[in-house]
Ligand binder design. Structure first.
Ligand SMILES: [Zn+2]
Length: 120
């Protein structure tokens, strides 16, 4: 059984790591793009100029998307029943209902986060 505090802590961890990963990555992408567009100047056709800007974005996406999936897999709380992660947009619903947004199993320990069951 999870507690609302577990879910919220995982969400906080997720956003912290996501910000730590995304902010420098996006800054790097912008630096690369502006240096490329500066270097390209007004030479070449519109299409070849566009391609030279799209390529770094595609490479960026190819690197960053797996990182996002990895961060989600590592930080987000997983449903003990179906094993699927509880995504940020589902957290409020999961905490309010106590049920997994994917399989509907009761995964949150009632509203009794103050007196947790501490085992036998
Ligand atoms: Zn589930």
């Amino acid at each position: 059984m999870l507690t609302p505090a577990d879910v919220r802590a995982a969400l906080r961890r997720y956003w912290l790591i996501m910000a730590a990963v995304m902010v420098p990555s996006v800054a790097f992408l912008l630096v690369v793009l502006s240096s490329i567009s500066h270097r390209i100047g007004h030479t070449g056709t519109d299409m070849s100029r566009g391609l030279r800007l799209i390529a770094p974005m595609a490479i960026f996406a190819a690197i960053v998307l797996p990182v996002i999936f990895y961060v989600q897999r590592v930080t987000l709380v997983k449903c003990p029943e179906c094993g699927k992660p509880i995504y940020p947009k589902q957290v409020d619903v999961v905490i309010a209902t106590g049920a997994c947004a994917n399989c509907g199993a009761q995964i949150i320990d009632g509203q009794s986060s103050n007196n947790r069951w501490r085992g036998p």
